[in-house]
Design a protein around this ligand. Structure first.
Ligand code: CAA
Length: 387
């Protein structure tokens, strides 16, 4: 493709229209209930599977739709515009499977990507632990070799979609004295003996997506389930985040767009002092700032997605790490500001659960925290700039 690298093609815009129609009709009407009842939206999952949108990034060679990174961003964005919890279905399926796409044997890819592409299984990513959040390399979960098997013991924490996913990419220490180079990645199945889940975390937002501990007690798995070579798991984990922080940016854009669209509709209807509140310049400037911040973050995210696509196809992209962190950071900070302003524009109504902007503001907050806090993103960007 020639210039401009990151502009959505006509097919991308058609995809957006398709996902938006599905989201307006089937996802948005269920979003408040998923939040209120703190239940995984299985009906939405079925609708996404029926439309082949639950894991669009999986290449055709593994039964997937083979969507590029920008198309994947657009899918996540449009689902998140209606329901942030539901957007974690395509986003976490990508997070769980990119380690395989980057580093796994062909056998492992064929075995585990096909069920995800077919909508028969979801795939989560297990890096964090109670004492290893930002400092992910401080993990304690052990994988000890036993003949041609590994035995895993430890507790993974904050695992998105834990319990509803069949498969987990689990990072564990194989060589304790080797630091980050002593960590390896494995595929663990929900049904492996010794796998259990902690209670659902009681969260501020994304309540329709379960966040639980994954507890591993003497989980014995064949060595063929290792992703890549021993000791490469931490690199695979970070290389994965270079691609998937962009999907969190996409989620943030979608949440912010949902809140902005709702607020614009509201200020055009609501009358005070004898006129529409949209006629007050103070509110006009707020709306203009919200849309400006959103579009700036969107452009950065699409540029990052174009780089991710190049890198996935084997072209070395030196600044992918910078762009990925920058997009995630800019989009999530923008989403927090935009959703907070949307609540403000709706006044007292915005503060109630009768209107979706309250949920969107709560949902936006997590995008500044997960897949690396925005303080970690700034650290990653600075390291890239100053090295
Ligand atoms: N790609 C590949 N390899 C990389 C890399 C990258 N982007 N960045 C670093 N590495 C390599 C380094 O080269 C180094 O390898 P060598 O020793 O062979 O040179 C190794 O990884 C260790 O790197 P560092 O020394 O830089 O590691 P560190 O411990 O100082 O810091 C960090 C790394 C950037 C702080 C990292 O720990 C980090 O990103 N922390 C945040 C954790 C995080 O994002 N967690 C997200 C959890 S997932 C989640 O939230 C999902 C969800 O719920 C939806």
């Amino acid at each position: 493709m020639s210039f401009p690298l990151y502009a959505p093609a006509e097919e991308h815009e058609m995809l957006r229209e398709t996902v938006r129609a599905l989201a307006d009709e089937k996802i948005a009407p269920r979003a408040a209930a998923a939040d209120e009842n703190e239940e995984f939206p299985w009906e939405v999952y079925k609708d996404l599977v029926a439309a082949d949108l639950q894991a669009v990034h999986i290449p055709e060679a593994y039964g997937g739709a083979g969507a590029d990174a920008l198309a994947t961003v657009i899918v996540i964005e449009e689902v998140a515009r209606a329901c942030a919890s539901s957007s974690l279905i395509p986003a976490v399926n990508k997070l769980g499977t990119v380690p395989l796409l980057l580093s796994a044997s062909e056998d492992l890819k064929q075995r585990y990507l096909r069920p995800v592409a077919a909508g028969e299984a979801m795939f989560s990513y297990a890096l964090s632990e109670p004492e290893a959040g930002s400092d992910a390399a401080a993990m304690k979960t052990r994988a000890e070799r036993d003949g041609d098997h590994y035995v895993l013991n430890g507790t993974k924490m904050w695992i998105t979609n834990a319990g509803v996913s069949e498969y987990y990419t689990v990072m564990a220490v194989t060589h304790p004295s080797a630091g980050a180079r002593g960590i390896s990645a494995f595929v663990v199945e929900k049904d492996d003996e010794g796998v259990s889940f902690g209670p659902k975390e009681k969260k501020l937002g994304i309540k329709g997506s379960p966040t639980r501990q994954v507890i591993l007690e003497n989980v014995r798995i064949p060595e063929s389930r290792m992703i890549g070579e021993p000791g490469t798991g931490f690199k695979t984990a970070l290389a994965t985040l270079d691609h998937t922080r962009i999907t969190i940016a996409a989620q943030a854009l979608g949440i912010a767009q949902g809140a902005l669209d709702h607020a614009i509709g509201y200020v055009k209807e609501r009358k005070q002092f004898g006129k529409r509140i949209a006629d007050f310049q103070g509110l006009q400037f707020m709306v203009a700032d919200m849309a400006m911040k959103l579009e700036a973050a969107r452009q950065l995210t699409y540029a990052a997605a174009a780089k991710s696509e190049l890198a996935m196809n084997g072209t070395p992209v030196k600044d992918l790490t910078f762009f990925s962190s920058a997009a995630k950071c800019a989009a999530s900070d923008a989403a927090m500001e935009i959703t907070t302003d949307a609540v403000q524009l709706l006044g007292g109504y915005g503060y109630t659960r009768d209107f979706p902007v309250e949920r969107m503001m709560r949902d936006a907050k997590i995008t500044q925290i997960y897949e690396g806090t925005n303080q970690i993103q700034r650290m990653v960007m600075a390291r890239q700039l100053l090295k």
